[in-house]
Design a protein around this ligand. Structure first.
Ligand SMILES: NC(=O)c1ccc[n+]([C@@H]2O[C@H](COP(=O)([O-])OP(=O)(O)OC[C@H]3O[C@@H](n4cnc5c(N)ncnc54)[C@H](O)[C@@H]3O)[C@@H](O)[C@H]2O)c1
Length: 304
């Protein structure tokens, strides 16, 4: 089938493009290259802003069956500093992509959300039907994107599935994303520079390997899971201090981070429950953190 991938040059989007091609689909990408730099010569890439109203005409002419929407302003901190810029890309951009998909007669849009939408949850791991409590403009923009997707389904019959991603790590990741700490530790430890762990090091995150995430996109692109939100995470928590130990082992470096004061606004703990994702989409995280970090460090080393 014809698949349009927005954010195609980004960390996750570029792996999604690779997988779609491997699965035999015809692929085109949209990316303004504001942060992504992973461009393949053999894939048509439209270098444009997802919020550009001219996008609809182009998408309508190409007629994708499915649109995988990953393009976004991805930094929580940037969104706090400039909420309007965040909303322009993440809210207007998503509305524009939905309108373009509708104009093209597409079957489905897969919308990329984040575990940040759950804010400080009542219990961990957070189920996909937990209340949404966005605590940043970024999280609010992701909630709004999903509201728009649901509305397009009601209004126009354009199907959608939302994938709520945990902290995604792996080759091609950058320090800006939600698992940026993996990049930061990796680059510092490989470069022989000091590393820092904030607070008591007991803050937790749910790390999911990028190729597992890509598999969730491949499954969501099918007929299953229409109109639903799915968690794409492991359900496991890893503390910052444990993560440091694992990255240090993979990098064959000393496990001796410096301590720094806690950072204001950091959520204390997060993990998301993939039970419904397993049940409906048949998806499971397969790559253990230890294993995925070895791949990530090998990739980072190959770039030095
Ligand atoms: N990395 C994570 O841990 C994580 C966690 C939860 C959700 N997500 C979501 O996954 C998606 C992909 O994130 P990523 O980690 O690959 O980040 P990324 O920055 O590598 O990818 C985003 C891509 O979107 C492009 N882009 C940004 N603004 C654009 C615009 N206005 N028009 C067109 N293209 C634009 C960038 O150039 C980049 O290639 C995003 O929607 C992000 O919010 C990521």
């Amino acid at each position: 089938m014809r698949v349009l991938v927005t954010g195609a040059a980004g960390f996750i989007g570029s792996h999604v493009v690779d997988r779609m091609l491997d699965d035999g689909h015809e692929v085109a990408g949209v990316d303004d290259l504001s942060s992504g730099a992973n461009v393949r010569d053999d894939v048509e890439l439209w270098r444009t802003d997802v919020a550009d109203p001219a996008l609809a005409g182009r998408v309508a002419a190409w007629r994708p069956e499915v649109v995988l929407h990953l393009a976004a302003q991805v930094s929580v901190r940037v969104s706090v500093g400039d909420p309007l810029a965040d909303a322009r890309t993440n809210v207007l951009g998503t509305a524009n992509v939905l309108e373009a998909a509708h104009a093209a007669g597409a079957r489905k849009v897969v919308f990329t959300s984040s575990c940040a939408v759950y804010g400080v949850p009542d219990a961990l791991p957070v189920p996909a039907d937990a209340p949404l409590r966005p605590a940043s403009p970024y999280a609010a923009s992701k909630v709004t994107g999903e509201v728009y997707a649901r509305m397009y389904r009601e209004l126009h019959g354009l199907d959608f599935t939302t994938l709520t991603l945990a902290n995604v790590y792996g080759p091609r990741q950058t320090p800006e994303g939600e698992a940026g700490v993996v990049s930061i530790f990796t680059d510092a430890l490989l470069g022989g520079r000091p590393t820092r762990v904030f607070g008591d090091g007991k803050q937790t995150r749910d790390y999911v390997y990028v190729l597992d995430v890509v598999d969730a996109f491949a499954r969501a692109a099918g007929e299953k899971g229409g109109g639903e939100r799915f968690n794409v995470g492991t359900g496991l928590q890893t503390t910052d201090r444990e993560l440091h130990t694992l990255v240090a082992r993979a990098a064959e470096a000393a496990d001796e981070p410096e301590s720094a004061p806690p950072r204001l606004g950091d959520l204390p703990a997060m993990s998301i429950d993939p039970a419904a994702t397993r049940e409906v989409l048949g998806w499971e995280p397969r790559v253990e953190l230890r294993e995925g970090l070895v791949e990530t460090v090998a990739w980072a080393r190959s770039r030095v």
